[in-house]
Design a protein around this ligand. Sequence first.
Ligand code: MLT
Length: 407
Amino acid sequence: MAQINDNFIKIPATYLFSEIAKRVAQHKEENPTAPIIRMGIGDVSLPLPDASVDAMIVAANEQRSAETFRGYGPEQGYAFLREAIVENDFKSKGIAIESDEIFVSDGAKSDTGNIGDIFDVSNRVAITDPSYPVYVDTNAMGGRAGEPTASGAWTNLVYLPCNAENNFVPALPTEKVDLVYLCYPNNPTGTTLTKKQLAVWVEYAKANNAIILFDAAYEAFITEENVPHSIYEIDGAKDVAIEFRSFSKTAGFTGTRCGYTVVPKQLLGTSSTGEKVQINKLWNRRQTTKFNGTSYIVQRAAEATYSAEGKKQVKALLDFYKENARIICEGLIKAGYTVFGGVNAPYVWAKAPAGLGSWDYFDYLLKEKNIVTTPGAGFGASGEGYVRFSAFGSRENTIEAMKRLEK
Ligand code: MLT
């Protein structure tokens, strides 16, 4: 009998968003005409930018002829996209990143999950709490999390609580850690760190030989000046940080799938014998072995988001969701909620009425208001007592949901 990786039986039986989908499907089955409004998983509702669709059509037509047909592409991504990323996301903002530090992928979920492959099981991992469940679950799968406790917390992970009391700014760990997951603008709370606050983490990583895994999937939603779009805006961050980016929320690629990871060449790790090793080389080795690249057609679609037309269309998408987030904040406040986030992020983090747990309140909103949210407790213990509203729905549904809550 083949023996399985036991870590898979230690993790919760279903992934958070699969559990929510299951509960929503059951509610729908029991109430087939229920006018359900989905504000749960951050899945976009507006179509792709025309520029991306046009680029995909051209790229698809290229596949008809032997002269322009593409087979296997570079595992790291085509030069046309890596160079467009360097130019538009970094160089234009005064950040020096080279194209061989960019690894194009099918999205930040895969990369933030897969990055653990190149780090030893002995690393001490710090994760903000609440957090995107992929960080905890994949460390548990990889054996770095230890054992789950009754509260759902894992014995070997170092949790960094982010709550209203500390203004959602994680305190530095009191014990030495080797890897730190930071996601800013934050999923799920929608809160941010200022440049000064992020610089504290870069300093910490330098002083402790730690690596920061910085998930910047929501940077395009930033509206405030002093909020960094990239960790590389902070001096010295290229020595200590990997950054994850995504076209999913920025340009509507949740179904099309494209993202990228930045692994600076100067970022080093240590082998068991004390030798310094370039992390960029290890990630390249991992990707070339386990990944055959994002499809050419999709990479052309991603490249098109950087064209003049593409930029205008992406801005229109972002403006639409930002306005939804504003409507949600305003509606929830009017309905008496305490809310956080929503200003630099497409997520609004709302306190459940006193005494109600996240899942209870999630069930109440689903059954009584036909509104799907995400229970805060699903993102970690510090999320208990909160629910997350996503701003990615239609305008009509967003307004209607707020009306239902006001009642
Ligand atoms: C979320 O709702 O947190 C995200 O959409 C999930 C994801 O990006 O995988």
